[in-house]
Design a protein around this ligand. Structure first.
Ligand code: SAH
Ligand code: SF4
Length: 350
């Protein structure tokens, strides 16, 4: 079984964990698929509802594990249709989830941890540190919640909410597999993206997973000193090592990860920073995603001008590097990248 927070109950288990449980209870292996469908395809709130399991098994399960559900604490809707939810987990810990609709897509930005230990200076999530890891089921439930609220199928999922997914690697992968299962949520692997602050062994492991999940790496500066200052949690990671890992990733998978780059006025939008970024990205199979940094009150950082963003994009293109500017969504409800924060159940308005 996966290590798990007690409060997550059965939502702390990945598929292997469910397998071990079923075996321990002396049941046949196919029960795993049935339980998975009830939990993440139907979304039941109790074991009693799992009607194709024997009454004895339902009782044994209920006697052993809790089956907590998410509870929506607040729900906000942006003028652009983006919705942000503050949800409470079984133990009252809260995380934020965002649903981003377009006519042909519904993307969910889900959280893998409550808070984050990495402490990036431009990001609201890490301000109060890490509260706890989420279990796989607690991640999948975020997808279900948004699907139900919009009354639509979720087509894309991105682990870009709260948390650093690769410090909660096994639970995150477990969640991705549940999301990918055509019998439950059925999101195509390529439409499931994990964003990391660049943890090398996480990238290495992710490259070896059999599914074609998508990778995004938060770079934010190709100058070591700047990156160390912006992202103190990954200060120990040398940029040439990160670059080598991306080369290895491309060789193993043939897939193109994106490099996230939040442009901050006067910090990483200078000519020197641009030269370093081009040197880093040139020759790599990557796509650079430029994001004018979203304001986080405590950081004191300002966004780069539209002109600087355009210069970055143009110069990258001219160097043969794919680059796009990410459209900001949900900023009026603090739902844009980096604006998700730990809130208490009764959010104050300060
Ligand atoms: N911990 C992971 C995933 C969650 S953050 C990571 O860091 O990649 C999701 C994305 O939002 C990351 O690319 C992150 O760097 C970016 N981000 C954080 N704060 C931001 C801000 N204020 N403005 C724009 N993007 C931000
Ligand atoms: Fe954590 Fe990512 Fe925010 Fe950094 S940017 S503090 S790694 S959530």
């Amino acid at each position: 079984m996966t290590t798990a927070n007690e409060a997550a109950g059965i939502k702390a288990l990945d598929r292997a964990g469910l397998g071990a449980l079923v075996e321990e209870l002396g049941e046949k292996r196919f029960r795993v698929g049935q339980i998975e469908r009830w939990l993440y395809g139907v979304g039941v709130g109790s074991f009693a509802e799992m009607t194709d399991l024997s009454a004895g098994l339902r009782e044994k399960l209920a006697g052993r594990l809790a089956l907590p559900s998410l509870r929506v604490v607040t729900r906000q809707e942006s003028s652009d249709g983006t919705r942000k939810y503050l949800v409470a987990l079984g133990d009252g810990t809260t995380v934020e989830v965002v649903g981003l609709p377009t006519p042909d897509r519904l993307t969910v930005c889900f959280s893998t941890q409550a808070g984050c230990a990495m402490g990036c200076s431009f990001c609201a999530t890490g301000l109060a540190g890490l509260t706890r890891d989420l279990g796989p089921g607690e991640m999948v439930d975020q997808i279900r919640l948004v699907a139900d609220d919009f009354g639509r199928r979720v087509t894309n999922a991105v682990a870009m909410g709260q948390g650093e997914p690769f410090t909660n690697y096994d639970a995150t992968l477990g969640a991705l597999r549940f999301m990918n299962n055509p019998d439950t949520i059925g999101i195509g692997a390529r439409h499931i993206t994990v964003s990391t602050c660049g943890l090398l062994n996480g990238i290495r492991k992710f490259a070896d997973e059999p599914e074609q999940f998508t990778l995004a790496v938060s770079l934010h500066s190709a100058v070591q000193k700047t990156r160390d200052r912006l992202m103190p949690g990954v200060r120990g990671i040398a940029l040439p090592d990160l670059r080598r890992e991306l080369v290895a990733y491309a060789e193993k998978t043939g897939r193109r990860p994106s490099l996230e780059y939040a442009l901050i006025a006067g910090v990483n939008d200078t000519a020197e920073e641009l030269t370093a970024l081009i040197r880093f990205a040139r020759g790599l199979l990557v796509h650079v995603n430029l994001i004018p940094v979203n304001p986080v009150r405590e950081s004191g950082f300002g966004r780069a001008t539209g002109e600087r963003v355009a210069v970055f994009q143009r110069e990258l293109h001219m160097s043969g590097i794919q680059a796009s500017v990410r459209a900001e969504r949900g900023a009026d409800i603090d739902a844009a990248c980096g604006q998700l924060r730990q809130r208490s159940e009764k959010p104050d308005k300060s």
